[in-house]
Design a protein around this ligand. Structure first.
Ligand SMILES: NC(=O)c1ccc[n+]([C@@H]2O[C@H](COP(=O)([O-])OP(=O)(O)OC[C@H]3O[C@@H](n4cnc5c(N)ncnc54)[C@H](O)[C@@H]3O)[C@@H](O)[C@H]2O)c1
Length: 386
């Protein structure tokens, strides 16, 4: 069947601008979807660099102000791949202009911003999605299928870590290009909104809602030079964040994220332990899940390492031949393919903005608990005793 063109307007040409552009270019080639993304316009403030990006990736035009982009009649989808402080304003305006909206994570710098974004897309009835791409790793999707099939029985534990080491130097400035993640006004928070948000989104998807959290955070380097003001300024982000939590299903969990784990660049790991089975996944070996099933014959019982590359594994029959691997960039291609497929059925693909808001409720509760030093209920969720 011929595919209908879907005109994309991308905001931001950084790290995520590249992953999204690559995904828009490949999704309709590898997946049987009803729409074909057309790279209509890219928007960034520096016209020369935006033009060079447009030429490299094949965008037809360039804008230097997102306000013009969202008003353009020839744009169907506004894709927000710019820093966190821009998400709410652009998303609300884009929805108001009747555009479908894709937004990078975290949805808002806090839940209040995310609530306004949910309200805007739901009032405008436009398709929307948040780029929590780890939901599209084939091995993680297989884990979700195994959980939904009830193979684990009652869940007792969930454990997740996201470890990096790139901000250890005290000479690293904060703010501006490439370093906006250290500027709390732009980022909203530190590793809680940046790294834990990924771990929380995956956990909510796999293990259901979180009822309450008890957290601690630390800012190891208290002052850094600000790139935009040139002055030494207090650091407002959390450098490290860890929390205990209870899920509504009664399971207990620990989450940890830091940019101070020397030697770790992007180590995202998760493990889940149930009555009958356990499983673990590791971003550095993203094609495998480690799986243990206690119901296996006793003599042969043990951890198996499943290489999730066969034709009957999620997404894999669309790629090469069994046994061959795909990578990080493919998670974004899968996400675009799922978005286009859902759109064909008149729906939004998950995680939609409401799912993104659920994660922001948890990160808000984590940051609040770290301040109050008390257990905090997660807003928008029911606790066990309610
Ligand atoms: N899904 C993931 O795994 C993942 C990974 C990295 C980043 N992110 C998220 O993606 C977003 C962007 O992060 P990044 O790493 O690509 O950042 P980046 O610094 O590499 O790129 C940001 C881009 O936004 C542009 N920009 C900034 N302000 C703008 C404005 N007002 N109008 C138009 N363009 C503007 C910059 O010029 C730059 O091109 C953030 O929200 C971040 O949290 C998600």
């Amino acid at each position: 069947m011929p595919k209908t063109n879907l005109n994309i307007g991308l905001v931001g040409y950084g790290f995520m601008g590249r992953t999204h552009s690559n995904a828009f270019r490949q999704a309709a080639q590898f997946f049987d979807v009803p729409y074909r993304p057309v790279l209509k316009a890219v928007c960034a403030r520096n016209a020369e660099r935006a033009k060079a990006f447009a030429e490299n990736w094949g965008y037809e035009s360039v804008e230097t102000d997102w306000r013009f982009l969202v008003e353009r009649k020839d744009i169907d989808v506004v894709d927000i791949a710019s820093p966190n402080d821009t998400h709410a304003e652009i998303a609300v305006a884009a929805a108001g202009a009747g555009k479908m909206v894709l937004c990078e994570k975290p949805l808002g710098r806090n839940a209040a911003e995310a609530e306004a974004m949910v309200e805007a897309v739901e009032a405008a009835r436009v398709a929307n999605m948040v780029w929590y791409n780890y939901r599209r790793v084939p091995a993680v999707v297989l884990l979700k299928f195994l959980l939904d099939e009830g193979r684990f029985g009652r869940i007792f534990h969930y454990r997740a870590k996201f470890l990096q080491d790139w901000t250890i130097s005290r000479d690293l400035p904060q703010g501006g290009e490439g370093l906006w993640r250290l500027d709390v006004a732009v980022a909203g928070s530190g590793v809680t909104g940046d790294l834990l948000a990924h771990a929380i989104d995956t956990a909510l998807w796999l293990n259901g809602p979180i009822a309450e959290v008890a957290a601690m955070t630390e800012t190891f380097i208290k002052e850094r030079k600000h790139n935009l003001t040139g002055r030494i300024e207090p650091v407002g982000i959390d450098d490290a964040s860890a929390f205990l939590c209870r899920f509504q299903n009664g399971s207990l969990a620990t989450f940890e994220a830091t940019r101070y784990a020397r030697g770790h660049k992007a180590l995202y790991t998760l493990e889940i332990n149930g009555e009958h089975a356990s499983a673990a996944w590791d971003l550095h070996d993203l094609h495998r899940i480690q799986f243990f099933d206690h119901r296996d014959e006793g003599r042969l019982r043990g951890w198996r390492s499943i290489h999730v590359t066969d034709g009957d594994h999620p997404y894999m029959k669309r790629w090469w031949v069994p046994g061959l691997q795909i990578g990080y960039e493919h998670t974004f291609i899968h996400q675009v393919a799922d978005f286009l497929q859902a759109l064909g059925g008149g729906a939004s693909a998950s995680p939609d903005f409401r799912d993104g808001l659920a994660t922001d409720y948890v990160t808000d509760a984590v940051l609040k608990s770290a301040k109050t030093r008390r257990w905090e209920n997660v807003a928008g969720q029911m606790t066990n005793d309610q």
